[in-house]
Design a protein around this ligand. Structure first.
Ligand SMILES: Nc1ncnc2c1ncn2[C@@H]1O[C@H](COP(=O)(O)OP(=O)(O)OP(=O)(O)O)[C@@H](O)[C@H]1O
Length: 661
């Protein structure tokens, strides 16, 4: 029997029962802020509606000024036609209900009847015009909103995508926000038209008898309160479910994602994933039902109060008739006005309520635009030095956002043009992170990265990136053709005779990949598309190496584990290719600085310098021979790798690996 202190407890996997994430995942920071917003009182939130309306109208104007004006005009005209119809109907009733012989009353009311017919025909026409103009305007606004968003997020610094809060804001504010912008166009149009009708109905009622106005406002206020409160309750519930919904969508994705398909099937994870989904979905559904109950109660109270208010209005009408303060002929028109007011009110409230609901997502949208602008490196107008002679890291430390410990600490290092510097060390010691700092992809938390003594944070980012080639540890699998996958390394390449192209293909081994493709170089490398093709991991890596070499103008090449997935022959070819790419055909061998991150120590013996890292620090630095003599971590790692190749007992690893070279 396993005892409590059987010595295995510390290494047993920890679990709080959750398969995805942990049960009490912290909500994103923006959701915290929004909980406070959701806690604000009704008046404070109503005050936000004009801001939402301004944003949407502004975007509509920007996207299509003429059509926006036209939409506003036809919408108001349609409201005016309704109002005119109401006045005309009231006129007809007043004529019909006055004392006198019926035929005369009918004849007297004929002009008003014609006015009613004209008003309703006009309203019908204008309503068709409204939907036609809106039908064109809404997709234009949506496109503009999406474009503004794309432009904002495309420019954010790399580090923002390491921040889960920003990622979730991008998800909510991106998809939902753009939809909210589009839907708000319709809500605002409906509000403006309904307000005209409401004003007409209230004015008619007030003209008929001023007492009717205050009593009509009672149901208005009750309905307004209930709709707003219900929307707010829905929003609070949405915020309380943010992390669980995130986890739900992660499980939904894992159930269908292709990249985890093999393990999902082999590990028979379908059932655990399904039950995890059901478990979280149960919690979400329970909370959603609870929220729905709360909203139903609120709406019920609102309706009851509105009903009381309407009843009160009819009582007032009765009292006015009873006390002869209002003639019967007017009472008919008053009833029509009251019914019109109630219907316009209901439309106004529904539209305001929709806008209010959209306003939450509009806030995510504007928050995302603002946050993206904050996370953009400000343009300085200064450029990084071309082809820097030296790259110097001065006491550089770096901590990823939200991380507890630094990934790099106190790095001092100088790289010279034309050097191949190999970076080695155990997993997680900071090699990849170092590459990102050298190339300005992330700024140091402390210290400075200097290219020819110019601080990289003081220059425009693109002037740095345009001089960098990166062969990533996990190469991007671009859903493009095989050739485009390489060509994007240098879209502006001036290579009329295809010399760089041929070199890139040959040195990386991408030529072999290309030759075997079912539709040749134009084969689309994505199974998302029909006739799309999937490559092996090693083939993707060859394309990535080709992309790096094809970027021949880059002054700095970072090759991060470029051969991790390659067979021995391809690996040797790539290392030789990278060495040549460093020289880049220049006579003086001084063209490019190459940083080579690798665990394959046998391949880096000819590096000009080898930097050994451990736990975020540089612990050793020198040539292969110097480091072997130093008897440190490098020598230990090297011997571990060389040992399996020893053929004679007692043969030194050093000698054996020399054979590999
Ligand atoms: N995007 C990230 N966000 C937060 N922490 C990160 C991120 N990337 C890496 N880290 C952390 O930074 C440290 C250094 O990671 P890095 O990838 O630089 O190591 P490495 O030496 O390249 O590892 P490997 O040999 O496994 O590729 C690790 O502790 C890792 O957990």
């Amino acid at each position: 029997m396993l005892g409590k202190d059987n010595g295995h407890r510390e290494s047993a996997p920890s679990s709080d029962g959750a398969l995805i994430g942990v049960e009490d995942l912290e909500p994103p920071r923006w959701a915290d802020v929004d909980q406070k917003v959701a806690g604000a009182n009704l008046w404070q939130t109503v005050r936000e509606l004009p801001t939402a309306a301004r944003l949407v109208i502004g975007m509509a104007f920007e996207a299509a000024p003429g059509r926006t004006l036209l939409a506003g005009v036809v919408q108001l005209a349609s409201g005016c036609a309704s109002a005119f119809g109401l006045f005309a109907t009231a006129g007809v009733l007043t004529q019909l209900l006055t004392a006198g012989p019926t035929p005369e009353r009918v004849v007297a009311s004929l002009p008003a009847i014609v006015a009613v017919v004209v008003a309703f025909a006009l309203r019908g026409l204008l309503e068709s015009a409204v939907s036609a103009v809106q039908g064109v305007l809404m997709p234009l606004v949506r496109r503009a909103a999406q474009d503004r968003l794309n432009a904002a997020v495309a420019e954010v610094e790399l580090l923002a995508w390491d921040d889960p809060d920003f990622q979730e804001l991008a998800r909510q504010g991106g998809y939902q926000g753009v939809q909210a912008v589009e839907s708000s166009v319709r809500s605002i149009a409906q509000i403006s038209s309904a307000l005209v009708s409401l004003a007409a109905a209230l004015t008619t009622a007030a003209v008929l008898n001023p007492w009717l106005l205050p009593v009509l406002l009672v149901p208005t206020a009750a309905e307004a309160w209930a709709s707003m409160r219900a929307a707010k309750q829905g929003y609070i519930s949405f915020l309380s479910l943010v992390t669980r919904r995130m986890r739900l969508s992660v499980v939904e994705n894992l159930l269908v994602a292709r990249d985890v398909g093999t393990e999902r099937t082999a590990l028979t994870l379908q059932e655990p994933l399904l039950s995890e989904h059901r478990r979280i979905a149960d919690q979400v559904t329970t909370e959603a039902i609870r929220a729905e109950h709360r909203q139903t109660w609120t709406r019920l109270i609102g309706r009851a109060l509105a009903g009381v208010g309407t009843g009160l209005a009819y009582c007032v009408l009765g009292v006015l008739l009873y006390t002869a303060a209002m003639p019967l002929a007017i009472a008919g028109a008053a009833v029509i006005a009251m019914r019109a007011a109630s219907s316009a009110l209901s439309t106004t409230m529904i539209s305001i309520n929709r806008l209010y609901e959209h306003s939450f997502y509009l806030r995510f949208y504007t928050q995302l635009l603002g946050e993206s602008a904050n996370r953009r490196r400000p343009a300085t107008g200064r450029k990084a030095p071309d082809n820097p002679h030296t790259i110097r890291l001065e006491n550089v430390s770096f901590t990823y956002p939200g991380a507890d410990a630094p990934a790099l600490t106190g790095i001092d290092m100088t790289l010279r043009r034309g050097e191949i510097v190999a970076v080695v060390g155990p997993n997680g010691c900071g090699k990849t992170t170092l590459g990102k700092l050298i190339t300005g992809l992330v700024p140091p938390t402390e210290g400075t990265v200097l290219w020819d003594e110019v601080d990289l944070t003081s220059v425009d980012a693109t002037s740095v990136y345009s001089q960098v080639a990166l062969i990533d540890q996990n190469p991007a699998r671009w859903p493009m053709t095989a050739d485009t996958n390489i060509r994007i390394g240098n879209l502006a390449s001036a290579d009329p005779y295809g010399i760089v192209w041929d070199t890139a293909l040959r040195e990386s081994g991408a030529d072999e990949v290309r030759d075997k493709l079912p539709h040749g170089p134009d084969t689309v490398l994505s199974r998302q598309f029909r006739r799309g093709h999937e490559l092996s991991g090693g083939s993707w890596q060859r394309l990535s190496v080709a992309r790096g070499i094809y970027r021949d103008h880059a002054a700095v090449l970072i090759a991060d584990e470029p051969t991790a997935a390659l067979d021995a022959k391809a690996e040797a070819r790539v290392f030789a290719g990278l060495q040549r790419a460093t020289k880049n055909g220049q006579e003086d061998d001084q063209h490019r600085t190459t940083v080579l991150v690798t665990h394959r120590l046998a391949n880096i013996r000819h590096a000009h310098r080898i930097v050994v890292m451990d736990q975020g620090r540089v612990t050793e630095s020198g040539t292969h021979e110097e480091l072997m003599a130093a008897d440190g971590l490098y020598q230990e790692l090297f011997e571990i790798q060389a040992k399996p190749y020893a053929t004679e007992p007692g043969e030194t690893a050093w000698k054996t690996v020399q054979v590999l070279d």
